[in-house]
Every structure is written in C-alpha cells, then in structure tokens.
Design a protein around this ligand. Structure first.
Ligand code: AMP
Ligand code: ZN
Length: 141
C-alpha cells in the first residue's frame, strides 16, 4: 500500500517523523498517538498513515485498519484509565467539526459530568421525513 502525503498536513508530518508525538503504536497502515488538546485524560487518535481526508475517499481496507487500531487503544484505555465510557468519534468535513483533513478516529475517554458536547436528547422523528431521507440514501448505495 502506497501512502499519499501532503506536505502541509500536520498528521503527514507526524507520520513522517518530522514533528514529535506521544506515539502509542504503529503498524503498516496506521499510527496512534495522544491528542495534543485532550478533552479528557487519555484522549488519543488512531490515524491512517496516508493522506486521505475523509471516509468517502479512504480505501476500505485502510479504514478497517484505522478502526482496528482505535479498538486496541480503546481496550488499553478501558484497562488502564478506568473511564466512565469511551466515545470513538470520526469527523468528515468542516461542517462536521473536522479540523485536520487527514482521516482519524478519536478515542475519547469520558467522565460523568464532563462538558463534552456529544450527547443529544432523543426526540422521535417524523416518519415521512425519515422515509424521504431513507429513499435518497438507499438510491445512492
Ligand atoms: P478533528 O477536529 O476531528 O479533525 O480532530 C483533530 C484533532 O487533532 C484535534 O483534537 C486536535 O487537538 C488534534 N491535533 C492537532 N494537531 C495535533 C498534533 N500536532 N498532535 C496531536 N494532536 C493534534
Ligand atoms: Zn495528511
């Protein structure tokens, strides 16, 4: 697997060893390191080695490798940090809050009462609206 790179990308620079990180593990297609702006203790990132910005363009096998790396880090976080929970989070595009356009999964330990704004109240949807979105999505698969 050849890994595309982008000379201006902070994660490509970390993959290339040009800037430092707290590296947790590394394999053929992925690297995991600590997030430099942690929302809670242990916040880490599982990152593709190649520069693929988003989920729609990364090869499926590399995405699977990133997910496997995220699982390894999450297991270690459950074991070593005893969090109340862990979110795996992956953003695609600025509108989704992605700040580094190089695919990564956050491993985000959670603590009760933290102010991480990820959880939403469940409100029943409008069936016609759900069906309309379903039909558009299904037609695109
Ligand atoms: P996102 O906003 O989902 O694209 O997440 C990007 C994450 O990368 C943020 O949580 C940043 O704190 C983190 N980040 C940015 N630069 C670095 C860096 N040099 N080392 C580690 N984490 C970084
Ligand atoms: Zn990159």
């Amino acid at each position: 697997m050849t890994h595309p790179t982008d000379g201006n990308c902070i994660f490509c620079k970390i993959v290339a060893g040009q800037i430092p990180c707290f590296k947790l593990l590394e394999d053929a297609n992925t690297i995991a390191f600590m997030d430099i702006n942690p929302v809670n203790a242990g916040h880490a990132l599982a990152v593709a080695k190649g520069h693929w910005p988003t989920v729609d363009v990364i090869p499926a096998d590399v995405l699977a490798d990133v997910a496997k790396t995220a699982q390894k880090v999450a297991k270690a976080a459950f074991k070593a940090l005893d969090p109340h929970g862990i979110n795996l989070l992956q953003a695609n595009g600025e509108g989704a809050g992605q700040s580094v356009p190089h695919l990564h999964i956050h491993i985000m330990p959670r603590v009760k009462g933290d102010d991480v704004n990820l959880n939403w109240e469940q409100k029943p949807g409008d069936m016609a609206a759900i069906k309309a979105a379903y039909e558009r999505l299904k037609a695109a698969l």
